[in-house]
Write a protein that binds this ligand. Structure first.
Ligand code: PDD
Length: 285
């Protein structure tokens, strides 16, 4: 079956899903995006993603492409048209089309494109085995709280990880882990303290992070929002990451050093289970 794409008001086949070469997303990475997961044909925690989209738009003085009601209706329609049961919905809003100029155009209209990607999210081998990561310097810009499509630095870091034979990279700034290439990073200390970097301009405020930290507190874990070093990761009893595309993913080594007993730990495994069970039960987490 051909995938149907959404482009500025139309649902079209891939060959017709086109935007201008003058789109500012293409020329300046002047665009923001969201990735929501889909389970059983249902968008997971999507309202929170729409709220974060607005924050990104506001930070960049970019107009929303349509009302939230329209946006969410288009999202649901796209999931339906593609008969997507499990996978991801990507949406991107750019400032629109204007002749190339660094200054924001005064007369451009925001553009909205969306597509779906079928993907096994529940039954992924990596969740059972855990993943290995390397640490790399965080060379991204200083407004990582805005979910922009300027993703070359994390893309380079991800490729560096794959070239090194591991699955992801955790980025490090001033001696502290910021986050993974497309996920938030956590360690578990003393079996019941979950530590993850505090929110700020240095990391993205993950929608999954917010839900998982709530589940963690409800399950009786202590949550500490403070930065940690790679040495602390190596000494941790467990490590894991979270994102809409991987939910909770155990991390079993960093830079070749085994974390804990080198197997997915009970905290990460337990939180993954709670996240998935809750997501299957209700739309907003
Ligand atoms: N990435 N940090 C970064 C840098 C990210 O790119 C992401 C998500 C996250 C986790 O955020 P959330 O829990 O809201 O997915 C943290 C998406 C999945 C992506 O770029 O594909």
């Amino acid at each position: 079956m051909n995938r149907i794409f959404y482009v500025n008001g139309s649902f079209v086949d891939e060959q017709d899903a086109k935007i201008s070469v003058l789109d500012r997303g293409f020329l300046f990475a002047d665009a923001v995006y969201e990735v929501s997961s889909v389970l059983n044909g249902k968008l997971i925690d999507n309202k929170a993603h729409v709220v974060r989209l607005h924050r990104s738009l506001n930070e960049l003085g970019m107009a929303p492409p349509c009302s939230d009601e329209e946006l969410i209706a288009h999202q649901h329609r796209l999931v339906e048209l593609n008969n997507l049961k499990e996978g991801l919905l990507y949406l991107q809003v750019s400032r629109g089309v204007a002749d190339r100029d660094f200054a924001y155009p005064t007369d451009a209209n925001s553009s909205l494109v969306m597509f779906t990607q079928a993907k096994q999210l529940l039954e992924t081998p990596a969740a059972n085995t855990g993943i290995n990561v390397i640490s790399v310097p965080d060379i991204r810009w200083q407004r990582r709280d805005i979910k922009t499509v300027g993703l070359l630095a994390p893309s380079m870091a991800k490729q560096q990880a794959l070239d090194a034979g591991v699955q992801d990279a955790w980025m490090v700034q001033d001696g502290y882990v910021t986050e993974g290439t497309s996920n938030n990073a956590y360690i578990v200390r003393d079996d019941n303290v979950i530590q993850t970097r505090h929110l700020g301009n240095e990391i993205l405020s993950g929608i999954t992070r917010s839900a998982v930290l709530r589940f963690a507190r409800e399950s009786g874990y202590e949550v500490v929002e403070e930065p940690f070093t790679v040495e602390e990761v190596k000494a941790a009893s467990e490590a894991f990451s979270t994102s809409a595309s991987s939910f909770v993913m155990p991390v079993i080594s960093i830079d070749g050093t085994t974390i804990g007993d080198g197997k997915p730990g009970k905290v990460a495994t337990g939180l993954r289970k709670v996240y998935i069970e809750t997501a299957l039960e209700r739309e907003d987490l």
